[in-house]
Write a protein that binds this ligand. Structure first.
Ligand code: TEU
Length: 540
């Protein structure tokens, strides 16, 4: 199979997120790498995904696990070389799998040559105009220019020392101090990223995931968040000009190169502004990701999503998790099944068995809805959030920046279990350094090896669902209509001859009329659907 040159594949693609540090380690240093990815591409083709999105693999001091990039045109030696990356892209393409890279335009690493040059050049220099350097407030300039709160908590300005050793200006960083924000009002920043896009498109990548896509533009008057009618850095209208120019570049290349935005936005209309026909192709549906396992809330979220996307003709996406959020098995086992960054839930009790059953049901719901779907590595194995990582082993900067209140995101980034009965579970070759985060001993029951061939496993559920999805004309891009159903049951039809029914009530429910049960997330009760179970039906 090869990558077809035609058709808007991104409208209905199933995209698998690879978190390179934690996917598979080929070199034996306990950290995942490109060699590991290349060795496991057959897992991905066997799973049946259409594309992979790789979290950043660029050179980075790893202050934020690679989201602090020091060179956007190379590969970090931890992961391999640029030619390894090119080989990986070619090998994925040979298997019919498209490749999406993760570009971080809001900021770079404080070790990026541009930022180092800006520090060295001093106040008032053209080098500093590429970032947000400002004098401090107060008589000695020792108060931050604004009181903006960071995206990880904590402050957003760090004071510099002048080349002559005196205390100097401050620079803006919406994330950690090691991630200075670019000044997107500067044409050099715009030209640089246009060139970076071409660099990766020239290497054959099929799409770009755009990190923190709504944050690029800042109000240069730097008002406080509540002091101006518009937010000073979130979703300012000129950001759309950036994506219009990126779209023109993507459209210059053959084979439908896709731009996919990481846009966290409660307002559906503001969200879909990013998906107008001359902007991004798709964006992650975080409204769905954060939604409770609740029939009415989910129905409302699905309706809201489809309505807003229809206005701009863009495909919806369905996302249960990613490398920033609590794994679905854990979240769905809690009393409060929502996700939000603002709610810290360390130590909240969870019923993993219930969460697992619901995660199975949620997977079939997601994969049946119209549009594209994302699978975060390990979701197909039913992995849970690892909540007992010893504090000393946690690496996520969110943890210290929250004053050690938020455990951070390490718990969803634990290296995958591939085979065997003890850590590293085939993640690294035998005799390697231990994985960079400890794996739970119970993951012996969650390896790819143990789940393969077990018809009741999460892995086989995903494989079967994706096999059906590839063959069934009704699935992927298209429309749907709700069917009438009992309280707490979501049932919808898609043409031709497909019905999905998800029982989110506490009682067993009748199945709608059907010819055949194609797939179910759990055992049926005769011809009835138990609670927390989804079925795919073939209808006449
Ligand atoms: O995440 C961005 C992100 O999660 C925030 O913009 C979000 O809105 C905020 O945390 C809510 O309070 C991306 C990456 O996915 C993440 O891994 C990186 O750490 C981050 O950008 C910085 O590059």
């Amino acid at each position: 199979m090869s990558i077809a040159e035609s058709g808007p594949w991104w409208r209905g693609a199933v995209i698998y997120q690879i978190y390179p540090r934690s996917f598979a380690d080929g070199s034996g240093d306990g950290i995942g790498d490109i060699a590991g990815i290349r060795a496991h591409l057959d897992h991905l083709s066997g799973l049946g995904v259409d594309a992979v999105w790789l979290s950043p693999w660029f050179p980075s001091p790893m202050a934020d696990a690679g989201y602090d990039v020091s060179d956007f045109r190379d590969i970090d030696p931890l992961f391999g070389t640029l030619s390894d990356a090119e080989a990986m892209i070619a090998e994925a393409h040979e298997r019919g799998i498209r490749v999406i890279v993760d570009i971080v335009p809001n900021h770079c690493s404080d070790q990026h040559p541009w930022f180092q040059a800006a520090l060295a050049a001093g106040p008032g220099s053209p080098e500093r105009e590429l970032f947000w350097f400002r004098p401090g407030r107060g008589p000695n300039g020792d108060e931050m220019p604004t009181d903006w709160r960071g995206e990880f908590g904590g402050t957003t300005w760090t004071r510099t020392t002048n080349p002559d050793g005196t205390p100097g200006d401050w620079y803006l960083h919406l994330f950690t101090a090691e991630q200075p924000d670019f000044n997107w009002d500067h044409p050099k920043v715009r030209a640089e990223f246009e060139s970076i896009l071409r660099f990766w498109f020239d290497r054959g990548v099929d799409g770009i995931r755009i990190d923190s896509a709504a944050l690029l533009i800042k109000d240069p008057t730097l008002p406080e968040v509540d002091a101006a009618p518009l937010h000073p850095f979130h979703d300012l209208d000129p950001v759309h000009d950036v994506y219009r120019s990126w779209r023109r570049i993507a459209d210059e290349y053959p084979g439908e190169r896709a731009l996919i935005g990481e846009v966290w936005m409660p307002d559906a209309q503001r969200f879909t502004n990013y998906l107008r026909p001359d902007e991004l192709h798709a964006a992650f549906n975080f409204d769905f990701l954060g939604c409770a396992w609740d029939p009415e809330l989910l129905r409302a979220c699905i309706d809201r999503t489809l309505e807003a996307h229809a206005l701009v003709g863009a495909p919806a996406t369905w996302v249960l998790s990613n490398h920033d959020v609590t794994r679905a098995v854990t979240r769905y086992g809690r009393t409060d099944t929502t996700f939000s960054f603002a709610t810290k839930r360390e130590g909240t009790p969870t019923d993993l068995q219930l969460g697992y059953q619901r995660a199975r049901a949620a997977a079939l719901l997601c994969l049946a809805l119209p549009g594209g779907a994302y699978i975060y590595q390990g979701e197909e194995l039913g992995l849970w959030e690892v909540e007992d990582i010893p504090p000393g082993m946690r690496t996520d900067p969110m943890y210290p920046r929250s004053g050690f209140v938020d455990p951070g995101r390490d718990g969803c980034r634990v290296p995958l279990p591939w085979s065997g009965v003890e850590s590293p579970f085939g993640f690294s070759p035998a005799g390697s350094t231990a994985p960079w985060l400890p794996q739970p001993a119970d993951w012996k029951d969650r390896t790819v090896q143990t789940q393969t061939g077990d018809p009741h496993s999460m892995l086989e559920l995903y494989r079967e669902a994706l096999r059906i999805r590839r063959d069934a004309a009704a699935l992927g891009d298209g429309g749907m209509r709700w069917l009438s159903s009992a309280d707490g049951v979501l049932a919808f039809a898609r043409d031709p001859r497909f019905v999905c029914v998800a029982n989110l009530s506490t009682a067993t429910a009748d199945l709608p009329d059907h010819e055949e049960v194609w797939l179910a997330s759990g055992p049926l009760d005769g011809d009835r659907l138990p609670a927390d179970t989804t079925a795919w039906l073939r209808t006449s």
